[in-house]
Design a binder for this molecule. Structure first.
Ligand code: ATP
Ligand code: MG
Length: 175
């Protein structure tokens, strides 16, 4: 079973490959469900391809885009009795939602979200990330746009910033 944080890294990499300048990741743990959304402002997925991207097993290999990130994410959520959806508009962006049933034996652990976020920022320092985590009525938010304003000319991938970011996330994401 793959940790959620590793799936989220895969899904966010799709957003980056689609040229997004903002990737919004949210994790919400409430009402017996863990909902993960990854929303981007990338190029979007054409409507003729959209139905096939999450279902490689039901389409023929010649007509589907090659890849397993989305199908595995869908399967992981549905296996717990949860659900998966993907909405996309060309030129606007894409939003991928996966809902896991909390406490189901097949619901993977969240894993290392600080590691995923630091990896994303380090690999894509010019892209902005908005991360929101809500659990037990407590909200945590990281917005690299705010961080960027504070840092002025210091790039987000400078070693000091990444080290700070890693510590900050590890201290605050214990919710
Ligand atoms: N956020 C997105 N924006 C635009 N296109 C996307 C997005 N997510 C997925 N796609 C399209 O759907 C295809 C399938 O995505 P998927 O993650 O399943 O596989 P992949 O990225 O091609 O390969 P991998 O197995 O390495 O993830 C992508 O190749 C891309 O064409
Ligand atoms: Mg992918």
């Amino acid at each position: 079973m793959k940790e959620l944080s590793l799936h989220i890294l895969d899904i966010a990499e799709n957003s980056l490959a689609a040229g997004a300048s903002l990737v919004e990741i949210s994790l919400t743990e409430e009402a017996g469900a863990l909902t993960v959304t990854v929303r981007d402002n990338g190029r979007g997925i054409p409507p003729d391809i959209l139905p096939a991207v999450a279902d490689p097993f039901t389409t023929t290999r010649t007509t589907r885009p090659v890849g397993l990130g989305l199908p595995f994410w869908k399967m992981a959520a549905e296996q717990t009795g949860g659900r998966f959806s993907i909405e996309s508009a060309v030129g606007v962006g894409t939003c991928v939602t996966a809902v896991f049933v909390s406490g189901h034996i097949d619901t993977p652990p969240i894993g290392d979200m600080p590691g995923t976020l630091v990896t994303l920022v380090q690999g894509h320092p010019r892209v902005d990330f908005l991360y929101t985590h809500r659990a037990g009525g407590v909200d945590f938010t990281l917005d690299t746009r705010t961080l960027r304003d504070t840092l002025e000319d210091v790039p987000l991938d400078s070693p000091d910033v990444l080290a700070w970011l890693s510590d900050f996330l590890r201290e605050n994401l214990r919710i």
